[in-house]
Design a protein around this ligand. Sequence first.
Ligand SMILES: [Zn+2]
Length: 246
Amino acid sequence: MASALAIPPSSLVVEACALGVLLGLFGAWRNRVRFVDEALVWAAGGAFGAAVALAAGAALAPRLGAAPAAGSTLALVLWGAGSLLASSLTPALDRAGRIAPSLGSFALKWLQSPFFTSAGLLAALLLSTWGRHARLARGTLFIEVGRGAAALTLGAVIWTRGGLFDDRGRVPDVWVRHEALHARTVAALGEWGFYPTYVIVGAAMALARRGPWNAVTTAGRGNPFEKTAYAEHRGWQRRRSSGTAG
Ligand SMILES: [Zn+2]
């Protein structure tokens, strides 16, 4: 069967996963991840992202008239280059606080997360959210979707409940920093590296420690992918409210 030939050799899978681990750790380092278990889930996400790239390249290549091995190699190189570029550039671009670097960061995140970013934009369009609040900040596009005060990262797009926008249509920087870090994580690991690792590995680690699957308690229990984001978040809130934990 031709499909059997599409399975990459195991040595290539091991090498790709090793590369993914290194790129995941590089991304964690560039994004100043503070916790060991958080760096480990970045590494796992990198391995998963590399493996998915390999499999997708092998599966797609024959349809384009190319050999599966060539497709695997090309997909892996593209994923790795995108990860390296995103981890190297997006932290500084997001910190710059100007529109051009922010747009550059957004573009890199979109390249690394074409499906979720495009779906997030399209769904926001279909939900007729245009005309409500939308704001680009730290290379991340916050679009108002519904009421309340929560946010969901979809690649470079953040579905943001209306309660998080202030009267002037801005999202407080504490939330922007939090969500921009998630968007950079998606960019570093690739969307198919990040999301499965977040909802399977991260959530399992959270549940094993009786923490929330998509957040972190003040005691540090929860999804490791949330740890640095919440630590910065709570440190900022403490500074703002003179010692009251948020
Ligand atoms: Zn979060």
